[in-house]
Write a protein that binds this ligand. Structure first.
Ligand SMILES: Cc1cc2nc3c(=O)[nH]c(=O)nc-3n(C[C@H](O)[C@H](O)[C@H](O)COP(=O)(O)OP(=O)(O)OC[C@H]3O[C@@H](n4cnc5c(N)ncnc54)[C@H](O)[C@@H]3O)c2cc1C
Length: 235
């Protein structure tokens, strides 16, 4: 583990209690909005570890979730897919009503902007769009760099309306929606040709996708240090 990852991990020492403000569904996902405790800050793209205090959860009692909002929005937003037979953790989370509390360790993480100018190519798979929703929110405030998002999903593109709205207002931002692996790989290859191997490549989604996209980028000579990823284990 290198020093910068250890530095990014510091945030895990911080603990916050958040109350649910409200939630809504988008196809097979639920989006939860929690209160923002005083002093809680993070960088767009980061995630936290969440536990459900005073609730009975069988098996692993915590889950990592990316934060899909930025502090300026005044809430901590997370989004997760609830499968047909959910884990005990997600069964409890699904039953949350306003006022229920969750504990957040963090936020922390390495999937974030590294500077203010280098082009950023984001690759999301399915619910892996969550950290990029926060990045797009931050681009809405200020952005002068080139940003490409390749969003691969067999079904629903979560947060699509919002993403399109941001891209429409900012000529530096381009989004390609894809369905198949072939389409996704072609869009990524095109982005490497257009923006070069020294751009930052941020990948978020299921482990299989992270592996495939990472291999594709490495085959195109993108240096390892330019590839940052969050592997959504469990998908
Ligand atoms: C940095 C990061 C950010 C994430 N952000 C999000 C997010 O924004 N939204 C979201 O929905 N999910 C996110 N995840 C994934 C999330 O933490 C859960 O793992 C996922 O939602 C599945 O949870 P589950 O309760 O449905 O299934 P689980 O019960 O956790 O797991 C389903 C299957 O995966 C296996 N599994 C679980 N954990 C591991 C592991 N660590 N290693 C190997 N196999 C494992 C289980 O054995 C089981 O077979 C993130 C993960 C990481 C690491």
């Amino acid at each position: 583990m290198n020093l910068s990852v250890l530095w990014d991990l510091r945030g895990i020492m911080r603990r916050h209690t958040l109350s649910l403000i409200g939630s809504y569904t988008d196809d097979d996902a639920i989006i939860f909005e929690f209160t923002l405790p005083k002093g809680l800050r993070w960088e767009a793209g980061q995630h936290g570890l969440f536990t459900l205090p005073r609730k009975k959860v069988h098996g692993q009692r915590w889950r990592a979730f990316s934060i899909a909002s930025v502090p300026e929005e005044g809430c901590v937003r997370i989004a997760t897919k609830i499968p047909e037979t959910p884990s005990s953790f997600k069964q409890v989370l699904r039953s949350f009503v306003p006022g229920d509390t969750i504990t957040l360790y963090g936020p922390y993480g390495w999937l974030r902007l590294q500077d203010t100018t280098t082009p950023v190519i984001c690759v999301a798979g399915g619910i892996g769009i969550t950290p990029f929703r926060a990045l797009f929110k931050s681009f809405e405030q200020t952005n002068t760099r080139i940003v490409e998002l390749v969003y691969a999903c067999p079904q629903t593109y979560y947060f699509k309306e919002f993403l399109d709205e941001v891209a429409q207002k900012d000529p530096h931002i381009r989004i390609t929606y894809t369905r198949t692996v072939e389409e996704t790989n072609a869009a990524i290859t095109q982005a490497v040709h257009a923006h070069g191997t020294e751009s930052y490549y941020l990948i978020s989604g299921a482990p299989g996708m992270i592996k495939g996209v990472g291999a594709l980028l490495r085959a195109q000579r993108v240096p390892r240090q330019r590839i940052l990823s969050d592997s959504f284990r469990g998908y």
